[in-house]
Design a protein around this ligand. Sequence first.
Ligand code: AMO
Length: 423
Amino acid sequence: MCRVLAREISSHVGKAVCLEGFLHWKRDLGGIRFVLLRDRSGVVQVVVDRRFELPLAESSMRVVGRVVENPKAPGGYEVVAEDLEFYAKAVEPSPIEIPKEEWRASPETLLEYRYVSLRGEKARAPLKLQAALVRGFRSYLDAQGFTEIFTPKIVSAGAEGGSNLFGVDYFEHRAYLAQSPQLYKQIMVGVFERVYEVAPVFRAEQHATSRHLNEYLSLDVEMGFIRSEEDVMALEEELLRAMLEEARRSAEFEARLLEVEWPNTQEMPRLEHKEARRILREELGLAVGADLNEEAERALGAWAKERWGVDFLFVTKYPEAARPFYAYPEGDGLTRGFDLLFRGLEITSGGQRIHQHEVLVEQLRKKGHDPAQFAGYLEVFKYGMPPHGGFAIGAERLTQRLAGLPNVRYARAFPRDRHRLTP
Ligand code: AMO
């Protein structure tokens, strides 16, 4: 195994190095031939003489050679090959010429050939950024005494109401793919008090938009013994700071490639839903319903940026009509539920939950659900659940906004959308 990475060669000038990666690009200038080798860290130029035959791009390879300075080479250094080996030669030309097309081909082409288009440095960068965000998520919560949980993804009832569920044949029963670990993470608060989960969830959304996936990564948190939803929002603020800090530290190269503008994490103001609606109506001239639509969210995000210079905005005290049955009622038809907008895109829903059995049954009925359908869930509330609350961050949406991606699908390696089940 070779140990030097493309990004590190400047510290090996005059020395022999061994690099492994993929044949990114080749150029034949008559006398001299150049190869670009791409590895997990970046791209390096290799000078190759006529002894070696060059296969098609994307072949996997190994080069041994000496590092020299060359101001004309990308990054200012190159490797003069002494030995070249190809582990597997590409047998067909790649459907996407990565150096030229990784960002310019049509979205459908990029997604159709995702298994090669993702090899592009810029195409894979959002995934690296996301991995760093998730690492920050885990390490911050671990340090705060949270336990990572793993809840079932094949379930017998929907957590968020019955509308957007994918059905599954489960032997002689009807089952569903989990829309959210909501019910289970609440149950686990009774076990560990503080829990989190990093797992895919499934939503049978019919519409194809730039911010909806049918399978996405949900970063779920749930915490017991809270006073109100304010404790939950305060936790999310600190958590986001830690996640962004980790991304800034460990995905610095990718962030630069994507021209990430690091958001203002100093302040994340709260705006009550009622006031948000008033602003939308009276100051921004938009008609709004109980739930804020995409246009309303975008407008509010821009308003908060202009008015307060902030990138994150909590919209609090959502009306019952726009929240699921488990949201803690506050009176006046309001709940202790909130959303968090990041640059005008909803990246989180959360809030305090109902912890009293009788209130939960009442809310289920009020929402038109049959409490019998939720028997397994309700059972645990007979046994002293503490006041609790939590939230879920859509990992792809957070990545999308941070990286400035036009579509959430670029923030998932193999997106599932209304029309795509492969690759
Ligand atoms: P909600 O349904 O609002 O809340 O989802 C939480 C967050 O998940 C993301 N999200 C999506 N991302 C991509 N594609 C989708 N189709 C999609 N749907 C949702 C968003 C959203 O803010 N159980 C509650 C959370 C809680 O209260 O703890 C829930 O799932 O970023």
